[in-house]
Design a protein around this ligand. Structure first.
Ligand code: ZN
Length: 291
């Protein structure tokens, strides 16, 4: 992640959390599998940055997701994707258990606007929200029902969203090197290249992932929903036609799977962490902290 004149501030550590899960028939992600429901955890990352303090990547499920989806039309969302969540799994409560207050979260990086990523936003009223303009513009003027067909619950966005958001895709992209087929991205914090967002439009318009370079030199790629499961890029398994409803741009989606596949081979030292993957979940259950 070198580029002319940009600096790399230190990321001290990254900790992952599971904030509830939903279920889908396995066939959606693996066409050769059956209709048995499988679990897709909603994971969140907490990043400790040397100068910015605590930064969240996405916000998982929260109690308000359940209340918001009780009534029609939002109840359709719950019927399609049954959600399993208990209050103590809300990221705000898990952070409290770790001694971190909501006001200490300075920044929330929002990969896209699906409900399982936005539900916890209102718990952090002080945080600056960093996302892509093209993701927001895709849902901004939609009716609630139209947004719902794209997986977004507009009621989950804070009322002051517009005054707290910063769209990083308005910036000039920076050139990336030594990250496989990912050649450019957007710095998340000023001109600091320790966290760089790359456009992964496919699953949703304006969805992005982040490369994180830790103080130790270790690199993580939080690729959000570019794939649901790491098996997709490991074995080049493309989603079932049923999943087309859940994918905004299928061609781009397939292209990202191929880029992840090649990154896995050229950079086996980079940990690729999809938000809803069982492998990511296993790491959380082991209490792994990246340093
Ligand atoms: Zn999503």
């Amino acid at each position: 992640m070198q580029n002319g004149g940009k600096k790399t501030m230190a990321i001290e550590w990254v900790k992952l959390y599971e904030c509830g899960y939903c279920t889908h028939p396995e066939k959606i992600v693996h066409p050769k599998a059956g209709l048995k429901p499988v679990k897709f955890p909603a994971t969140v990352a907490l990043i400790k940055h040397e100068t910015k303090g605590y930064i969240l990547f996405d916000t998982g499920y929260a109690q308000r997701f359940l209340s918001a989806t009780e009534k029609f039309p939002y109840s359709l969302y719950r019927k399609l994707t049954p959600v399993f969540f208990s209050e103590e799994q809300a990221i705000v409560n898990q952070l409290a258990a770790d001694g971190i207050t909501p006001d200490e979260i300075t920044t929330i990086i929002l990969s896209h606007f699906h409900g399982d990523h936005t539900a916890g936003l209102k718990d952090f009223p002080q945080a600056e929200i960093i996302t892509f303009r093209k993701g927001y513009e895709d849902i901004e003027n939609n009716s609630k029902l139209r947004a719902l067909t794209k997986g977004c619950l507009l009621d989950l966005l804070p009322a002051d969203f517009k005054s707290r958001v910063r769209f990083i895709d308005d910036q000039q992209p920076v050139a990336l090197s030594n990250l496989g087929d990912f050649h450019e991205g957007f710095t998340v914090i000023d001109d600091d290249v320790s966290i760089v967002a790359v456009d992964l439009t496919g699953h949703a318009i304006g969805q992005f992932g982040i490369f994180i370079r830790l103080k130790s030199g270790k690199v993580l790629f939080l690729c959000a929903d570019a794939v649901w499961s790491s098996r997709a890029y490991e074995k080049l398994v493309y989603p079932h036609i049923m999943a087309n409803l859940l994918i905004a741009d299928k061609r781009a989606y397939v292209h990202h799977i191929q880029r992840l596949h090649s990154l896995m081979h050229t950079h086996p030292d980079i940990d690729i962490l999809p938000t809803h993957c069982q492998v990511t979940w296993n790491k959380i259950q082991k209490g792994e902290i990246y340093e």
